[in-house]
Design a protein. Structure first.
Length: 150
């Protein structure tokens, strides 16, 4: 999964993306459901434009307890797609109060359909496809991590 439109429409001349990026630095992240269940994940931190552009591309597996957190420099509408992404993902859009604003479940591998946050968000989290439904994670649930802006 890669991020789109992060530069307000400004095209960047970048090297083509032909392989998965190296594992990024990680942080623990917890999602607390409305009924109080806590779900722990280890998430890679995608902070730079290039890290966000490559995202989970070309990776062949994403464990259910791991993910990637796209840390936007400023709150924005988040547009994502699955170009060159080989595994299904759940895309979790997180608002500036660190609550889940929207979820795009089981994004289809290799699809170039745009998955939009439908509102301004501070971060976008990618988890293995099906994890949010399996764990009962829903819009409104709280997200905590030392990596999140508070």
């Amino acid at each position: 999964m890669a991020a789109l439109g992060m530069s307000a429409g400004v095209a960047k001349a970048e090297e083509p993306i032909t392989q998965a990026q190296a594992r990024l630095p990680t942080a623990p992240l917890t999602i607390t459901t409305r009924d109080g269940q806590k779900h722990e994940f280890t998430v890679e931190l995608a902070k730079t434009y290039r890290q966000q552009e490559v995202g989970e591309m070309f990776r062949k597996h994403l464990p259910e307890n791991e993910g990637m957190l796209f840390m936007w420099a400023t709150p924005q509408v988040s547009d994502m797609w699955m170009r060159n992404t080989l595994v299904p993902l759940d895309i979790v859009f997180i608002d500036s109060t660190n609550h889940i604003h929207a979820i795009a479940e089981n994004a289809v591998p290799l699809s170039e359909a745009i998955l939009r946050s439908d509102g301004v968000v501070a971060n976008t989290l990618e988890l293995a496809g099906g994890v949010t439904a399996k764990l009962g994670i829903r819009v409104g649930d709280a997200v905590t991590s030392s990596a999140l802006k508070h």
